[in-house]
Ligand binder design. Structure first.
Ligand SMILES: [Zn+2]
Length: 442
């Protein structure tokens, strides 16, 4: 009898879910002019600030030794060297394993260059380079600190998974007789889902909102010289105004081949931000899936094959009239002479279980088909797939896109300083490795 009652008591104690969550944010707006990321055509550093930019962190603990920290930032991308530095510091200071840390970039093209991301793209002098490097140093320190601040804020919480929808993302691969053009394609594939994780304190007040969308954060085009977080920034600030005290975090999903439509004006960026904020607000007004269970996570570096290349390709490219091609050729020949140039790309994948919710993260500028295919292949329409995570080293096109050509599968590899476009086999390799990782992370 005594044994039985102890057993019943044990079962009762184990019943309540004991999530803890903590969020924090830091302003990462540069103090002065700094070169802005993402558009090769820019000719000078930033001239002002239209809206502040932030790095934010959300720590979640399952009370059973499972933990994860999501970091989002209004930057173009975390280069691998920066991500590794943050991960090493997070292990040392906070005991976070690599699999427990997500570093996702909003991919705004109106924020400072994070060195050495897209280094082949920029032609600036030593003063500008020093500013970019100094900004990157400060940014790394701020991100490490904001992770610690989120962990320090851990308090009992409830987690809810919800799906919203916003319609401004448009496919940007337009088939023409001359090949794929970077232009709005109304018939192209999109994913308008807005997966949202709502974090509430025990008083039911919203502590944090983590939401994703598959669309380039590029309403503002290359002629803009003011610092801004673009549509994602307007969405986040609108949500934080609506829910005082909450930290609203935008995570880029698979927006590699998606652009906001329409674009090129501040009014467009505000309108898209408003639409996205409204989508998230609607999810907070309905009851989604209350998450229960544990946190599990896995992280893996895999290898993706490039298309064949050799030194003769780069020797020919040295004579090109394209200054980006000449610069890439010089860098590749130097790396070859030092035996440092690989024929495969090191690529990060990650899987996180948050109770019944599953988050997959992928490096690079992942195109929308990966979101759609992984949701289908896992038979989980609520699967959250975040691209632009843990490294942004090139685009990640599909097999079909590699065969078609165009910016995402060919031309962009030059700006990223990669030796050749990815092989079409990369798509199946990524999906197979993700499916395997998901099996391990149950
Ligand atoms: Zn991009």
């Amino acid at each position: 009898m005594r044994l039985l009652s102890l057993f019943v008591l044990g079962a009762l104690i184990a019943l309540p879910q004991s999530w803890q969550a903590g969020a924090a944010k830091v302003d990462i707006t540069p103090d002065g002019p700094v070169w802005m990321a993402g558009y090769a055509a820019r000719t000078k550093a930033s001239t002002g600030v239209v809206s502040p930019i932030h790095a934010k962190a959300l720590a979640i603990d399952d009370g059973k030794k499972g933990r994860v920290v999501f970091v989002t930032a209004d930057i173009i991308g975390f280069p691998r060297s920066v991500a590794e530095e943050i991960a090493i510091a997070s292990l040392k200071r906070y005991g976070l394993e690599r699999s427990q840390l997500v570093l996702n970039a909003s991919h705004t093209h109106s924020a400072p260059v994070i060195w050495p991301n897209l280094a082949t793209m920029y032609f600036f002098d030593t003063t500008e380079k020093a500013r970019v490097e100094a900004y990157t140093r400060k940014f790394v320190g701020q991100v490490i600190d904001v992770i610690g601040a989120a962990i320090a804020n851990l308090k009992p919480a409830e987690l809810e998974l919800d799906m919203g929808s916003a319609s401004f993302a448009m496919n940007r691969r337009l088939p023409t007789p001359e090949g794929i053009k970077n232009s709005p394609n109304t018939a192209g594939v999109t994913d308008h889902a807005v997966p949202t994780i709502e974090v509430r304190g025990k008083d039911k007040k919203i502590v944090a909102l983590l939401f994703g969308y598959s669309c380039h954060n590029t309403t503002l085009t290359g002629e803009f010289y003011d610092i801004s977080a673009d549509y994602a920034g307007y969405a986040q600030s609108e949500l934080e105004a609506r829910f005082p005290g909450a930290v609203a975090m935008f995570a880029m999903a698979c927006g590699g081949d998606q652009n906001p439509f329409p674009r090129s004006s501040l009014a467009n960026a505000k309108a898209h931000g408003h639409e996205l904020a409204e989508a998230v607000i609607r999810t907070t007004e309905k009851t989604g899936q209350l998450l229960k269970g544990r946190i599990r996570s896995g992280f893996q570096m895999i290898e993706l094959p490039f298309q064949p290349f050799g030194s003769n390709d780069f020797e020919a490219e040295l004579k090109s009239t394209n200054k980006f091609a000449v610069r890439r050729a010089e860098a590749m020949l130097k790396m070859m002479s030092e035996s440092r140039l690989s024929h495969t790309l090191a690529y990060p994948i990650q899987a996180i279980r948050l109770g019944q919710a599953t988050v997959v993260t992928l490096g690079g500028e992942v195109v929308v088909d990966y979101c759609l295919r992984l949701k289908k292949q896992t038979a989980n329409p609520s699967l959250i797939v975040l691209g632009y995570s843990n490294d942004v080293m090139c685009y990640i096109p599909t097999k079909k896109q590699v065969a078609e050509g165009g910016y995402e599968s060919k031309d962009s590899f030059l700006y990223y300083g990669q030796p050749a476009p990815l092989s079409g086999d990369s798509e199946d390799i990524i999906v197979d490795k993700v499916m395997n990782l998901l099996k391990k992370v149950k």
